[in-house]
Design a protein around this ligand. Sequence first.
Ligand code: ZN
Length: 160
Amino acid sequence: MLSLITLPNPILRKVAEDVKFPVDSNFRKFIKEMFTAMKHYDGIGLAAPQVGKSIQLMVINTPNKPTAFINPVVLKKSWKKSEAEEGCLSVPNVYGMVKRSKKILVSFFNIDGVKHEEWLDGMIARVYQHEVDHLNGILFIDRTKKIIQGKELLAEYLTK
Ligand code: ZN
């Protein structure tokens, strides 16, 4: 099982490197390991830096199936935002309210190097924004104005 990286590991604060195509069999295997880890740790999404690899790759448990997003970006964001509670496997037992755009236009590559562009909304848009943040060294605790659980824990992580 891939092990989880948690605060204050500096990998979480790095901008991850682009993935170059074509990918090799090790990379395909790594994606499968990320799917397994996401399930094992009970996450709805997982970004590669969270398992110690600073590359532009994230997986999300979409309503259809676990999906890998490679070199993902957010191209457009709706003005309309929604606020919801978020947590993160890399910031254990801390939860806070985060405002995110309701709808986003995204682009990403699949494992075969095919580029996709699509609009996402609802829960998946929120998770996508959370995971893309990871690839840019940003954590939900940077975006929350209201920690609702684990304030003291968070202070502890940050002074480690
Ligand atoms: Zn996270």
